[in-house]
Design a protein. Structure first.
Length: 282
């Protein structure tokens, strides 16, 4: 049972100061640690072997989420009961939920992703908004992708906003970071993966691709910057540049929505008869 009073009173505590610094990218990179906030993220971190290092919780949160506290301790994490002021000082959200975890970096070497022969991959090239990056990661997880690759021109995967937007999906699938887009595309092609660049001005229509039956094989979708999409040199690397058709009067789709449409289209095609995911022999 947790004690009735917090054991970390002052935001000036060295451990609190160390946690607070992880809100900045340079400190995260130096320590190879990041913050995971809220019950969902902390629960996922506790269940990911060796990831959760420390956990700060208010007394109220420790009582409400006693199961998560127990999982954290079972995982070997050091648990600190803290005042609400301390949690607010560490947290990067306006309304903290009373749980803030410190986690080890999770990124996977790109070579390991290739060695696993992935069938569906999301490549984030030039994606700068952390909320979008986290949401695309969540979409990829939901669609059953085996990996996500963030290029060296994309946002920090461990930005607190990206971690929150992934809603725990960060802990579910391999993610490679800092990979030059040319290397990402070349490596995936060598692994037998077809490269599709998602672009609103693409020459190929997603509906047509589905109708032609060309999307059943291993596929990597390359998604670009929120404002200007993919540069020409990146589009030129792809096997096809595909647009999501707009059947109504909307001007366009935002990045996360377009990514969800593309990834689910591939997932559906791969699960259809003759696709690469669920072919059964008679």
């Amino acid at each position: 049972m947790p004690p009735v009073a917090p054991d970390l009173i002052s935001p000036r505590s060295p451990r609190v100061s160390a946690a607070r610094r992880l809100g900045k990218r340079n400190f995260r990179g130096k320590e190879r640690l990041f913050l995971a906030e809220g019950p969902q993220a902390v629960r996922e971190a506790a269940g990911h072997d060796g990831t959760l290092v420390e956990l700060f919780a208010t007394v109220e949160a420790a009582e409400r989420y006693a199961d998560i506290i127990g999982e954290a301790r079972t995982a070997g994490a050091r648990v600190h009961l803290a005042s609400e002021d301390v949690i607010a000082d560490i947290s990067t959200t306006v309304t903290p939920q009373g749980l803030v975890g410190i986690c080890r970096f999770l990124d996977t070497p790109f070579e390991e992703i290739l060695a696993a022969r992935p069938r569906l991959v999301a490549v984030l090239a030039h994606v700068r908004d952390p909320g979008n990056a986290g949401t695309v990661l969540r979409c990829a997880d939901a669609a059953g992708a085996e990996a996500v690759v963030l290029t060296d021109a994309s946002v920090d995967l461990y930005n607190p906003k990206a971690v929150r937007a992934s809603v725990g999906s960060l802990f579910h699938l391999p993610v490679a970071v800092g990979v030059p887009v040319e290397r990402a595309v070349a490596g995936l092609k060598d692994a037998g993966v077809r490269i599709l660049a998602a672009d609103g001005a693409g020459a190929d229509d997603l509906d047509d691709e589905l109708d032609k039956g060309t999307m059943g094989g291993p596929t990597a979708w390359v998604f670009g910057n929120e404002a200007w999409g993919l540069p020409e040199e990146t589009r030129a690397l792809a096997d096809a540049v595909v647009r999501v058709p707009i059947h109504g009067k909307a001007e366009s789709l935002n990045l996360a929505t377009a990514a969800a449409v593309c990834l689910y289209a591939s997932a559906r095609a791969q699960r259809a008869f003759g696709g690469c995911r669920s072919v059964t022999e008679s």
